[in-house]
Design a protein around this ligand. Structure first.
Ligand SMILES: NC(=O)c1ccc[n+]([C@@H]2O[C@H](COP(=O)([O-])OP(=O)(O)OC[C@H]3O[C@@H](n4cnc5c(N)ncnc54)[C@H](O)[C@@H]3O)[C@@H](O)[C@H]2O)c1
Length: 318
């Protein structure tokens, strides 16, 4: 059973955010920090550079931060205890290319890490666990299984969450983003549209190496959706697509050219190896006033932010 609740970030105590040196996690932490609400980071990396894209240096430096490996159960348990967390937003993972490059590290981070978070939540009696699955966990039409090792790992995560609910009553929400964009989205297969925006803002050429339809999700919207689900009184272990507008990469390129008319941005190649679209309806039913930034607005805001961040030397074209 999933109960509909209004987003109210204030009700939660400390939220432990795993993988918060990364893109979505930085936005989750920034949302909490800007609202003056307690948050604690757990990440292999102690690099706060993505957080500094979103918060001033002093605010970024003051976020409580534990470095550790999500595949190390004792480290995860200690972080849960030390943070005093009442909710966990679990984002630590290796993305598609990194799982392909090192499958064992991918399995440890993406599968053992998920079990560690669920087990730590069980031990500590944490009521609210939200974790990132992915649209890549879904097979493309006509296929029986996901098309990447990363997708298979995410499918395993969804199965583990289901068993933790059925065997031990650990409730969780799995969210499946598709293609997240915005400041800090600088690595992974689907980071190319964001890197194209950085290049356009810098006056450099860029070719996005895929084409066709996808669901384009602003990182701030995704962060708010993760936090709202952490707030929800959920029974069970539902897995929900983030939803949002389906656009083509060609439309993203056109939206970039509206902001930078002489931009040398193109796209070429096959569509992404995932379904083009997930159904955002169940998430709409769970969260009131779900925010989904329209394409033109999100691209305008991102390019303006990248112009500023380039000028301050905080991002670079790669
Ligand atoms: N960005 C997207 O479009 C997208 C789409 C679908 C799913 N997701 C999922 O959302 C989550 C966040 O994505 P993101 O774009 O912010 O990723 P990201 O690559 O920017 O960040 C991942 C973070 O996880 C950390 N990490 C990796 N291995 C770790 C380990 N062993 N122990 C501790 N920390 C570790 C990294 O240091 C990094 O800070 C991931 O689970 C990802 O699979 C993202």
């Amino acid at each position: 059973m999933v109960s509909k609740v209004p987003p109210d970030m204030g009700k939660m105590g400390t939220v432990l955010v795993t993988g918060a040196a990364g893109c979505i996690g930085a936005w989750v932490v920034a949302e909490r920090a800007k609202a003056g609400l307690p948050v604690h980071v757990f990440d292999l990396s102690d690099d706060r550079r993505r957080l500094r894209l979103l918060l001033d240096d002093e605010s970024a430096a003051s976020v409580p931060w534990t470095t550790g490996d999500i595949a190390d159960f004792d480290a995860v348990t200690r972080a849960v205890e030390a943070s005093g967390a009442t909710a966990v937003v679990h984002l630590a993972a290796l993305q598609v290319p990194f799982c392909r490059a090192d499958p064992v590290a991918g399995a440890r981070a993406n599968v053992v890490g998920q079990v560690n978070v669920l087990e730590a939540a069980r031990s500590a009696g944490i009521r609210n666990v939200v974790y990132a699955s992915s649209v890549a966990a879904l097979p493309v039409a006509g296929a029986a299984r996901p098309s990447t090792l990363y997708g298979v790992f995410k499918q395993a995560d969804e199965g583990a969450a289901d068993i933790y609910w059925r065997d031990w009553g650990v409730a969780s929400v799995g969210l499946r983003p598709h293609t997240v964009y915005g400041a800090g989205r600088d690595q992974g297969l689907t980071s190319a549209p964001t890197r194209a925006m950085v290049a356009a803002a810098a006056g450099e050429p860029f070719t996005i190496p895929f084409a066709g339809p996808l669901q384009f999700q602003h990182a701030r919207d995704a962060a708010r959706q993760f936090l709202a689900c952490a707030e929800a009184a959920v029974e069970g272990a539902p897995v929900l697509d983030l939803g949002g507008p389906v656009v083509t990469v060609e439309e993203i390129v056109a939206a970039i050219r509206v902001e930078v008319p002489d931009a040398e941005i193109a796209c070429e190649g096959d569509p992404l190896p995932f379904p083009a679209e997930g159904d955002g309806g169940p998430l709409d039913a769970l969260i009131d006033d779900i925010g989904r930034t329209p394409l033109a607005e999100g691209v305008r805001e991102s390019i303006a932010a990248f112009r500023d961040l380039l000028a301050r030397g905080l991002v670079a074209v790669d």
